[in-house]
Write a protein that binds this ligand. Structure first.
Ligand SMILES: Cc1cc2nc3c(=O)[nH]c(=O)nc-3n(C[C@H](O)[C@H](O)[C@H](O)COP(=O)(O)OP(=O)(O)OC[C@H]3O[C@@H](n4cnc5c(N)ncnc54)[C@H](O)[C@@H]3O)c2cc1C
Length: 234
């Protein structure tokens, strides 16, 4: 455990050092993180699945999570830095296509983690993808990686970030951007008009994923152009 940092309200990122064991993975893949010596008990055990939130090629990886009280997550917060953790992986095929494509990503809250890795790859290597990331949260305070994603949006013509805040009544931060839930009505307003060859990627807690897939289908998009990753356990 190399570093930890609060990145949004109730939300932390953890940097995991890989030591001398490089990890070959594709952005969008997950690892299983295992706490060999958890500090707090957890009836669900000492293993959880996390999407890798950083692009490959470094001697560290980044993961991020909402803290809602499990012993596993309290242990991650309370254990000393430099503690040794175990991981298995990489797992999964929720990854970008090999050939240049137009990709619309729909993220609910912490579901942005696999997309952060994909976007970091897209903005640092010339892959030729055109990416629109729609990110739904209640408030800016609760939005993971808002600063990184706004920065990449400003600096890269091939990447567009569209954050939408659905609970601004609870916020103390000014917000002039979108406030809609991810619905077919909202998507039809923000997607480019005309023929749409895009692939649709959806990630987040179960309720968000279900609603976002319905919204995309309501636009007339075939199921075989929709891919999703559900964060079971939320
Ligand atoms: C493919 C895949 C990828 C994933 N990637 C990630 C990732 O990148 N980041 C990530 O955080 N998780 C990810 N998950 C989910 C992760 O594995 C955990 O299941 C999840 O974070 C819940 O963790 P926890 O069990 O420690 O519970 P906690 O989040 O600590 O919550 C403890 C329990 O309290 C209850 N609870 C407390 N507060 C609330 C609340 N406000 N609303 C609802 N229930 C509440 C819930 O029942 C929950 O089980 C992924 C899962 C899968 C399958």
């Amino acid at each position: 455990l190399a570093a930890r940092e609060a990145i949004a309200s109730g939300t932390w990122a953890f940097t995991l050092g890989l030591g001398n064991t490089p990890l070959a993975y594709r952005p969008g893949q997950t690892i299983d993180l295992i706490l060999p010596k958890p500090i707090h008990e957890d009836v669900a055990g000492n293993r959880r699945t996390f999407s890798i939130a950083s692009a490959p090629g470094r001697d560290t990886i980044l993961i991020a999570t909402r803290l809602r009280g499990s012993g596993f997550k309290r242990s991650l917060i309370d254990m000393p830095l430099r503690s040794t953790l175990e991981m298995e992986g990489p797992f999964g095929s929720f990854t970008l296509p090999g050939r240049p494509s137009s990709v619309v990503m729909l993220a609910g809250g912490i579901g942005v983690t696999p997309f952060r890795a994909m976007v970091e790859e897209v903005v640092t290597r010339p892959l030729g993808h055109a990416v629109l990331l729609v990110h739904s949260n209640r408030t800016p305070e609760e939005t993971p990686f808002l600063v990184d994603l706004e920065h990449w949006n400003a600096a890269n013509p091939g990447f567009t970030y569209r954050a939408t805040m659905t609970g601004m009544a609870r916020s103390h931060v000014p917000w002039t951007g979108d406030r809609s839930r991810v619905s077919s009505d909202y998507l039809s307003k923000i997607l480019p008009k005309g023929p749409d060859p895009s692939l649709y990627y959806v990630a987040g807690p179960e309720g968000f994923v279900r609603a976002a897939i319905e919204a995309v289908k309501d636009l007339g998009i075939d199921e075989d152009r929709i891919r999703f990753e559900e964060f079971a356990g939320y």
